[in-house]
Design a protein around this ligand. Structure first.
Ligand code: FAD
Length: 454
């Protein structure tokens, strides 16, 4: 087989590249080992946000007493499982995505490809040659530390496909995946314990965000263990696991969710044939997504942020480069990150610690969300923290019911290097959640200490 372009991996990044180039008139072969669409629509972003939406509704219902009457909230997982199976994943069937790609003129090959040289791969015993471009977009998979390999465990895929909520769930890993699924399951009635090796949940985020999400989860009945070293894991009951922590505590649960991060399988992909290190965590790319002459890579595999919006952003640059169109090179200064807990943790750019480590004149401004009228009205937990260097916003965290939405304006400011003086001259609608940014901009630096954990 031969084509102008061969795309390996048809997740959000690869699919975008393949569709755009096919639409642009090139002959494109897309190779996919599982489902066209990748992790995001079938086991990641979309189904987990359907779960989060349902769990948020339960939480809102439970907030009625004392504010708007009384409520009895009876969780039912059936509609969630049905919606994920039916509306979201079409029972994990990618026929619609396959038809869309074919409709744009692309040719799909099913199978797991292995790179054999700069413009060639092998799939299902056949050799496939790229005349113009080989694009690697094979993403990442859940990484299971060896200690869990021999015990029954869930990954995000099992949690998304669950037909029932377990009575108890032990979540290992206090990052975005563990926190989102843990809170959802707790709100649906599971007894949830989150075990995190690091000193705090949401480790890469600001300490104030970690402190607040820990406080909120505990107030909802979730058990949290941080700085927790797991010494032994054994099967427990028919489906569960028993975990021994350093110090002697034993935790048992009907289900164990391993959410300890995600890794690319570069050895399986055979990137050694391109002269690359197969033990590395990612494939190095330049600002146009080039790996080597005739080879590009996009998405999680590049290590520039495991987010669908990064994969799609990179796909745009990759397509432009292959078609010989000029676009500014990739700039990752303002990659937005959202953990869809309630409250959402939105963040962009540098944390305070990162900014201070880089040096310069760093100032921090911040307020709890209750410091804004809307936050106070909604009795909502949250905060905003602004990291300013030499008078320019270089990082921000917005936590709250719409933390991810408020992040939009902060992302623009970090991306466009907007001086604080310009932000202060802007008019923010009253009383919106995002107006907390205005309050923070005008607050004395000392008010940052009123944020959770500060
Ligand atoms: C639980 C969860 C929730 C998430 N929520 C969000 C969110 O809210 N927002 C967000 O932005 N991101 C979210 N993400 C991350 C997001 O899903 C990924 O960043 C995104 O899917 C990456 O796209 P990709 O194209 O790089 O790779 P993937 O989506 O991983 O797709 C890669 C594809 O390549 C295929 N493949 C792999 N190896 C080969 C091979 N050798 N040959 C052929 N095919 C191969 C795979 O089968 C897969 O279909 C979430 C992830 C998880 C796990």
């Amino acid at each position: 087989m031969e084509a102008d372009v061969v795309v390996v991996g048809m997740g959000p990044g690869g699919e975008q590249v393949a569709e755009d180039l096919a639409e642009g008139g090139l002959e494109v072969i897309g190779i996919e080992a599982e489902l066209v669409g990748g992790e995001c629509p079938y086991w990641g972003c979309v189904p987990t946000k359907v779960m989060v939406r349902a769990a948020d509704l339960l939480a809102e219902g439970r907030r009625i007493p004392g504010v708007a009457g009384s409520s009895v909230v009876t969780p039912d997982w059936d509609p969630v499982a049905r919606r994920i199976r039916g509306e979201v994943t079409d029972s994990w069937d990618d026929a619609a995505a396959v038809a869309r790609f074919a409709g744009k003129g692309g040719h799909l090959v099913r199978g797991r490809a292995r790179v054999t040289g700069p413009g060639s791969v092998e799939v299902a015993g056949e050799s496939v040659t790229a005349r113009k471009a080989l694009v690697l977009a094979t993403g990442q998979r859940a990484w299971i530390p060896p200690i869990f390999a021999a015990v029954p465990h869930w990954t995000n895929r099992d949690a998304v496909a669950a037909e029932e909520v377990p009575e108890s769930l032990l979540v290992v890993g206090g990052g975005a995946v563990g926190l989102e699924i843990g809170q959802v399951m707790a709100r649906f009635g599971a007894a949830v314990t989150i075990v995190e090796l690091g000193e705090r949940l949401a480790g890469p985020e600001e300490p104030e965000a970690s402190a607040l999400i820990t406080e909120v989860l505990r107030s909802e009945g979730v058990e949290v263990r941080t700085g927790a070293v797991i010494e032994r894991v054994e099967p427990w009951g028919e489906t569960g696991a028993s975990v021994l922590l350093e110090g002697g505590e034993v935790l048992t649960a009907e289900r164990l969710l391993v959410a300890t991060g995600r890794r690319s399988d570069l050895a399986g992909l055979g990137v050694g044939a391109l002269g690359l290190d197969e033990q590395a965590r990612s494939v190095p790319v330049d600002g146009r997504m080039r790996v080597a002459p005739g080879v590009w890579a996009v998405g999680d595999i590049t290590g520039h942020g495991a987010f669908t919006h990064v994969a799609v952003f990179q796909a745009r640059l990759c397509v432009a480069d292959i078609l010989g169109r000029a676009l500014p090179e990739a700039d990752y200064r303002a990659v937005p990150r959202v953990t869809f807990t309630d409250p959402e943790i939105g963040s962009v750019g540098l944390t305070e610690a990162q900014a201070r480590a880089e040096g310069g004149d760093v100032t921090v401004l911040g307020l709890p969300l209750s410091g804004s009228t809307r936050g106070w009205i909604a009795q909502a937990e949250g905060l905003v923290k602004l990291v300013v260097r030499e008078g320019v916003l270089v990082g921000a965290t917005s936590m709250g019911p719409s933390g991810g939405e408020i992040l939009g304006l902060l992302t623009l400011a970090v991306h466009a290097r907007v001086p604080l003086s310009t932000m202060r001259s802007m008019i923010f609608a009253y009383p919106t959640f995002h107006r907390v940014v205005d309050s923070a901009l005008w607050s004395p630096p000392s008010s940052a200490s009123k944020m959770a954990g500060a």
